[in-house]
Design a protein around this ligand. Sequence first.
Ligand code: 0WK
Ligand code: 0WK
Ligand code: BGC
Ligand code: BGC
Length: 943
Amino acid sequence: MLAVHLVSFFFSKLQEDPTKKVDRFLYAMRLHDDQLKDISARFQAEMKKGLSSESNAAAAVKMLPTHVRSTPDGTEKGQFLALDLGGSKFKVLQVKVREGMGIKRGGVEMEERTYPIPKELLIGKGTELFGHVSESLKDFLHQRNISLEKKHPLAFTFSFPCEQTALDQGFLLGWGKNYRPRGLQGKDVVQTLREAIDRTGGLDVEVLAMVNDTVATMMTCGFDDEYCEVGLIIGTGTNACYMEELRHIDLVEGDEGRMCVNTEWGGFGDDESLNDYITEFDRDVDAASNNPGKQIFEKMISGMYLGELVRLVVLKMAKLGLLFDGRVSDALRTKGKITTAHVAAMEEYKNGLKNTKDILTELDLNPSSDDCIAVQHVSTIVSFRSSNLAAAGLAAILSRIKQNRNLRTLRITVGVDGTVYKTHPQYPKRLHKVVRRLLPECHVRFVLSDSGSSKGAALVSAVAQRLASRRRQVDETLAPFRLSQEQLQLVKTRMRAGLEAGLKSKGPSTIKMLPSFVYRTPDGTEKGKYLALDLGGTNFRALLVNFKKGLQHNVRLYHKIYTIPQEIMQGTGEELFDHIAQCVSDFLDYMGMKNAHLPAGFTFSFPCEQTAIDTGTLVSWTKGYKATDCEGHDVVSLLREAIKRRNEFDLDIVAVVNDTVGTMMSCAYEDPQCEIGLIAGTGTNVCYMEELKNIEKTEHKFGKTEEGEKEEHMQDEGTEGEKKEGDAEIPKMCINTEWGGLGDDGSLDDIITPYDVEVNQNSLNPGKQRFEKLTSGMYLGEVVRQVLLDLTRGGLLFRGHVTETLKTPGIFQTKYLSQIESDRLALLQVRSILQQLGLNSTCDDSIIVKEVCGAVSRRAAQLCGAGMAAVVEKIRENRGLDHLNITVGVDGALYKLHPHFAGVLQETARILAPQCNVTFLPSEEGSGKGAALITAVARQKHD
Ligand code: 0WK
Ligand code: 0WK
Ligand code: BGC
Ligand code: BGC
């Protein structure tokens, strides 16, 4: 007591300016620019910590992703109910964003009502608080005569930290300010609200979006100012949000574009990182708060605490005899007796001192005029520190935005709300000034939210509503592509029936089951040099294959690729075969083998009726071919004639082989279990080793001579004695299934979509190869294009503009589909691929395009998997096995290049043929090696 008197005596004797003693007393609260810069730098480091997935869990500044990806663009519209909970007032509102009213046209109408929240609800059960919220909502609808029947979309401003996984989901991390209800921490607040609305009953309300008040404020101000990318609240609590680059937000997938991050900056310092700036008064305020140890930065800044800080300082000074002659009243000792409103009043420009006197008198104190000057100064220092700290935080955010965008200067607008900012006479000016001083290179505009945060929340909901309806429509469009297990099972059954029917049928059948006259897979003894020609995939290839000394794996291969121009594919047969002869001539020149008169194998990847290994009558063209005068003709003869016409070199065409058969043979050379060949490329097809006894139509077709050949072959097998264990005596022949024809009789109509119908009608062979048109590279891009056309016409893509590019058939080749669907690609790269194709897409467009590609290619892979299950099951049953181990040799750009096709195909086959263990072996050298092997065998026989 004596000490206090001495101090007071000492000060009173000096008769100095009363503000000086306050300055000295509150020295630690007066922050210089260097200190503010230091705080700003610390805050920037905290932001980084919060954004990174590694340090986020421990970060005091939580940097919560909000799932708000853009500021308003003026196209938002609709009528919304809004709730605003967590500021100083709880409000229910109706917000109408008028259609067609763009930015700056003031196209928003609002009606609002404030509902008091009984104190006990703030500390009672969380569900009761939400019950009150929904009862208030009901009352509002009633009061305003808003129909209860219609479904009302609702926007929810909720001003507490929530971890959001979507716009309409948010898990409460903790209460703050004067709220402390029980039982909601960790719970989804949107769900809690929905349940409360259900409990209240009689309300048809759909909660579309929940946003933090900072976010809603940024959106409100963003409606009138497109540069507004920061939201700031200095009210009961304090916080800021801003638009961050998505690539920096570890917790959210994707790396293109931006997302608003709710910094929850109030938590800055909760990890003691601000301890050197914290005063004893801050510690006292914190200790007496609802949430000790939490929201340290907030407690130095926001309205809930400013008055209390002033009171504690004044109380302490009085106790030290520095004020009121050392007298203290009970009122001054009582928590909450000085409020932020008092602080604002004390600092009023003209009446400030008078107000101070009134306020102090009201507190049963008897202030001298020096006391009033001193207390006013305390208030100034406390509120000045608040705006300084907010400015330091804001400067950190703004300079981060500037760095993110690699700009030297930044033009930006900050949307602000909150009672402190709105009602404190000096606050805005001080804040603006310090921010500009800390960041001289930025042009910062501050806009006070004129209408609270609900307009912004409604805008977020409007976007959410538009996206949700777009999502629904995209989902509906893609639903027919998503096949159920039952549907896939049905496809398998139909494929199986098709295979059986094709084997039996003496006339035409949808699945042709063409005999290949290849009776066995290679055994490694093949030797010699062969020419292989490969026509019908993406390119024409000529190869020279040399099997050295009959030693397995000692193969040399030389090849050259030639493209076949479309006009040749679709010109006359003569032109086509002349072109091939010309390519062969070029290749022989290239190899220096013009005069070698090599035995040749011809991979011809179209359905051919074969009566021997070296004849094949083209049944019909498929894929992109339509050359005249070929169908019904022996393609070997056509090639021989072309070579003869050229009269330049000679070839001995020993075998004509389907690409599936060539691929199977190629792979069987490496893996003796390979008895199936699959092509998933421009076209699709499968071949497999079938038991001769099951190929009923052979007897009919082969006539006498072929029967003889069959006999001869069976003897071959017997004498060679090199069969694999288990099927020693079973003679087989490779069957080219031509499974692409499944569905040509309408049997797939139940899964065929209108887009497939369109693709079929526009194709070179309408009505044919229906399965192929659902599954192969030549058509998938076209199916995708049809879907995109439809979505665009429906206004769901490319802003509804159907461009010439989109109308161009063939723009989506397999390689583009594969690129677009690659998971390694960022959205930005998808966009640049689309751009290359002439499609100008937004970020959202790119997501949808990728999704469409995914649905179409997944269906294709599943259908192939179902088909494959039918084939392996048939082989297993043929052999009477409980379990079959088998290898499939595979080729084709779709299988090899597409990021997911192979995986989905294998998975589907595994599920639908659980008794088979199917290994897929990609062919390394195409089908050419296989064709050469077949040639070798055929040639050996002839020799
Ligand atoms: C008005 C906004 C509300 C926000 C409040 C903050 O509409 O969402 O929470 O500002 O200021 P306070 O009322 O806490 O001072
Ligand atoms: C490579 C083979 C060829 C086959 C092609 C299919 O060597 O015989 O036709 O694969 O794949 P695509 O080129 O049609 O994607
Ligand atoms: C909350 C924030 C909110 C701020 C302003 C803080 O206490 O944690 O979510 O934005 O107050 O209302
Ligand atoms: C053809 C098949 C060929 C497949 C793969 C289909 O269009 O009809 O013979 O195997 O494409 O190239």
